[in-house]
Design a protein around this ligand. Structure first.
Ligand code: ZN
Length: 131
């Protein structure tokens, strides 16, 4: 693991959340839609790391289902050098994975989620460093 790439925060209204964080001095640098996850996301740089605001684009989005129960911190994302190697290593150590294979993330990235039990209740995402 290289560093914390970002913290994912579930929000109902992306524009309202961007405005809220703007008052804290954080500006959204990139906004994009991830159709496979049915979310729109905005990244707000903070030094070496970022916040990822995630808003659902459909009621069956995983983020919409999360927001039915609570809002706020949704996941923590670790940056790794080689996602395939990291998943193989975790699998070999018996770590519970939600994604057996990498899936497409925002901006053409490759990501995979671990089962929340692997993070002692925290949903962990792995993201491969851009080559
Ligand atoms: Zn994320």
């Amino acid at each position: 693991v290289i560093k914390i790439d970002h913290l994912g925060i579930a929000v109902r209204d992306l524009e309202a959340a961007i405005a809220t964080y703007k008052t804290l001095g954080l500006a959204a640098e990139d906004v994009c839609e991830v159709p496979s996850e049915r979310v729109r996301v905005a990244f707000l740089p903070i030094g070496e790391s970022r916040l990822e605001l995630l808003a659902p684009t459909s009621p069956d989005s995983p983020i919409a289902r999360f927001l039915e129960k609570r809002k706020g911190l949704h996941h923590v994302c670790f940056l790794v050098d080689d996602l395939d190697a990291a998943l193989a290593d975790l699998k070999a150590r018996g770590v519970a994975l939600l994604d057996q294979q990498p899936r497409p993330g925002a901006f053409g990235s490759r990501v995979a989620f671990l089962h929340p039990s692997a993070g002692d209740g925290v949903l962990l995402e792995l993201k491969e460093k851009a080559k």
